[in-house]
Design a protein around this ligand. Structure first.
Ligand code: PEP
Ligand code: MG
Length: 310
């Protein structure tokens, strides 16, 4: 029955009683954007721009970048597209960013941190995104990865706002989750990157199979941070999405909805199962599942408790 419901699911994302949760796709280039555009995805919640340039020795020109960004915006014309600025470093090294060898790359100069010593690459990328917006008449949202402080968020937002674009930041570092209310004073939205938020909350390498129990997004400590960020968004009246792998888990998607998350972004193939599961439960059930999961002491019990509440 679940399989049939998945096959039959048509957007938009909503609970059985009509509470809307945008179901968005994670994309990485024009081809994946076109594929997502032909699916039930309501938009793009995470465009991982660095993945389009992984094999480049030199920085792509502003024009070349604008061509790519415009293609993605055109594929989703009239729909939401969230472009993430280059998340280079750590597990995604980019030759042209000049990143150096570091003993702990996940804790090193990655993502937005690369722009602090030389903002040139970031500024040129934002110029390219603004150019793509102008060419297409679309209004992409732009967000930064690996933001750690309120000052980081302001640094980024100032540059994005100067180009007339909507700025947001990813919540991947617990420090930013804890101060989400203050970060929200400077940006229009937040997007929780649960792959990195689990890694940094649990001090466990996301690439380590031995530590998978720690990097499980059902870890109650991780869920508590997500809850705090979602609440800050509700108080500020600003959207808070999830764009990590957690959004691809239909049961967890219900919990996230119950916590107040406003959009879920995942690989295109995962979206129908998420949409179908949400369509089968009420917002109150999602809230009960969220409360039950938050109260569990470990990921296994959190899953069981959520399932029982639904
Ligand atoms: C995340 O960290 O959850 C995320 C969406 O970004 P990435 O997986 O690209 O680091
Ligand atoms: Mg990340």
């Amino acid at each position: 029955a679940q399989r049939a419901a998945t096959d039959a699911w048509r957007g938009p994302g909503r609970t059985a009683d009509g509470h809307l949760v945008s179901i968005l796709a994670n994309v990485q280039d024009a081809a994946s954007a076109q594929q997502a555009a032909g699916s039930q995805a309501e938009g793009v919640g995470l465009f991982r721009t660095e993945l389009a340039f992984l094999n480049r020795e030199t920085e792509p020109s502003v024009d070349e970048q604008a061509d790519l960004y415009a293609e993605v915006l055109r594929a989703f014309a009239g729909r939401k597209v969230v472009v993430r600025t280059l998340d280079a470093g750590s597990d995604k090294p980019l030759a042209f960013t000049g990143a150096t060898d570091e003993p702990n790359p996940a804790l090193g100069v990655r993502g937005l941190r690369l722009a602090f010593t030389d903002p040139g690459i970031l500024d040129r990328q934002l110029d390219a995104i603004a150019q793509a917006a102008e060419r297409t008449g679309e209004q992409p949202w732009v967000m930064a990865p690996m933001v750690s402080t309120v000052a980081d968020a302001r640094f980024f937002a100032d540059r994005v706002h100067a180009r007339g674009l909507v700025a947001g930041v990813m919540v991947e570092v617990p420090a930013v989750a804890l101060l989400a209310d203050r970060v929200l004073a400077h940006v229009g939205f937040l997007s929780i990157g649960t792959n990195d938020l689990t890694q940094y909350t649990m001090a466990a390498d996301r690439l380590s199979p031995e530590l998978a129990i720690l990097t499980d997004p059902w870890q109650p400590a991780h869920l508590a941070l997500v809850a705090q960020v979602a609440r800050a968004g509700q108080v500020a009246g600003k959207p808070v999405g999830v764009c990590g792998e957690a959004a691809a888990d239909p049961l967890l998607a219900c919990v996230l909805t119950g916590l107040g998350i406003t959009s879920l972004s995942a690989a295109t193939a995962a979206l129908p199962a998420v949409g179908a599961r949400l369509a089968a439960v009420s917002l109150d059930q999602c809230r009960a599942a969220a409360a039950a999961a938050l109260g569990a002491d470990d990921p296994g019990h959190a899953r069981e408790a959520a399932r029982a509440a639904l």
